[in-house]
Design a protein around this ligand. Structure first.
Ligand code: DAH
Length: 338
């Protein structure tokens, strides 16, 4: 058979073959070691030298053409097999495997960890305290006596008939627990959950997060407090922000302040700062001598500052969240955004 006929014949056989084993057989017959192309090549030495080159080229071209047809058909058969498999099993082996869905940290956890890192880098220790707390730590030792009006402001969940046990209304009780167990000087923070028996709305929830800070040392002053708060702001907002102090009253600090920071979101007034260019950041102050005494520390020798950062509020500020209740209602559509 001449090369042209051989190619035609090959095209027909390959084109009608639909089985990979049969295709292998055809391959062997056509381009195998003892195949048709091989025999064409074997003829060449017997030819007149003037014809050899052209015949050799012809045979090689034929071989390449056949190999191309084989390859194309092999791919078609394989694809057909896949289609059949897909149809039969509803299974597509070429798809990537299903990936396990990765969760993400709650935005409160994220900010808590960032702040912990920041304060640890400044030499603070991170403390935990009980969420079910003794009235003594939540109120008495913080200079909030039984008849103090601040008790009414802190709508308390009581846990027993006698009113000895409460769900802590703030993280400040950890201050006293810290003082009882430490010799000054020391610095601590205590992030955690707190509870208030309040009617919930967009800015109040019965459960929210705070972070208490307490530094006790020699001659601790408002300047130290401001310095620490500026570092805190730099950590949260990534740059220096101006701060100001307004008087604030809390029984456990004297003097007590409300610390405001220049709005990090605008130059001249926006909805976050309610057009004032200031945002209320946190209440703070110098630790009241009675509180140091309740913690077993001599106020004649030592002094300190304390602050109570609202973590829930901070997260809302940071992400522009307009309703505090989103933080705890567990809605994945909300949580997946972080
Ligand atoms: N514990 C207070 C509250 O939750 C906040 C607070 C105010 C904490 C002043 C402080 C402080 O440490 O110095 O209402």
């Amino acid at each position: 058979m001449n090369p042209a006929d051989t190619l035609e014949e090959a095209r027909r056989r390959i084109g009608t073959c639909d089985d990979l084993d049969a295709l292998k057989e055809i391959e062997r017959e056509l381009v195998g070691r003892k195949g048709i192309v091989a025999s064409l090549l074997a003829e060449i030495p017997k030819l007149d030298p003037s014809e050899r080159k052209a015949r050799g080229q012809e045979a090689n071209a034929l071989k390449q053409a056949i190999l191309g047809l084989l390859k194309e058909r092999r791919e078609e058969i394989e694809a057909g097999r896949l289609d059949a498999a897909r149809r039969a099993e509803g299974f597509d082996p070429t798809l990537p495997p299903p990936r396990a869905r990765r969760g993400s940290l709650h935005p409160i956890t994220q900010v808590t960890r960032e702040l912990e890192d920041l304060f640890v880098s400044m030499g603070y220790e991170v403390l935990d305290g009980p969420e079910v707390e003794l009235d003594h730590y939540n109120f008495e030792a913080l200079n909030i006596t039984k008849d103090h009006p601040a008790r009414d402001a802190q709508d308390t969940f009581y846990c027993d008939e006698e009113g000895r046990l409460v769900l802590r209304t703030h993280t400040s009780p950890v201050q006293i627990r810290a003082m009882e167990k430490r010799e000054p000087p020391f610095r601590v923070i205590a992030p955690g959950r707190v509870f208030r028996q309040e009617t919930t709305d967009a800015s109040h929830d019965h459960t929210f997060y705070q972070m208490e800070g307490l530094v006790v040392g020699k001659d601790i002053s408002v300047a130290h407090l401001i310095g620490a708060m500026k570092t805190l702001l730099r950590g949260i907002f990534g740059r220096d922000l101006e701060v100001r102090l307004r008087p604030g009253h809390f029984p456990f600090v004297e003097p007590g302040f409300e610390l405001d920071a220049r709005c990090p979101f605008c130059p001249s007034g926006c909805s976050v700062c309610k057009q004032t260019t200031w945002i209320e950041l946190l209440p703070c102050g110098l630790v009241h001598p009675n509180v140091l005494r309740m913690g077993g520390i001599d106020p004649e020798v030592w002094s300190g500052f304390a602050f109570g950062l609202g973590l829930s509020r901070l997260v809302m500020l940071r992400h522009g969240i307009d309703d505090v209740r989103h933080l705890l209602d567990g809605d994945l559509r909300f949580l997946e955004q972080f």
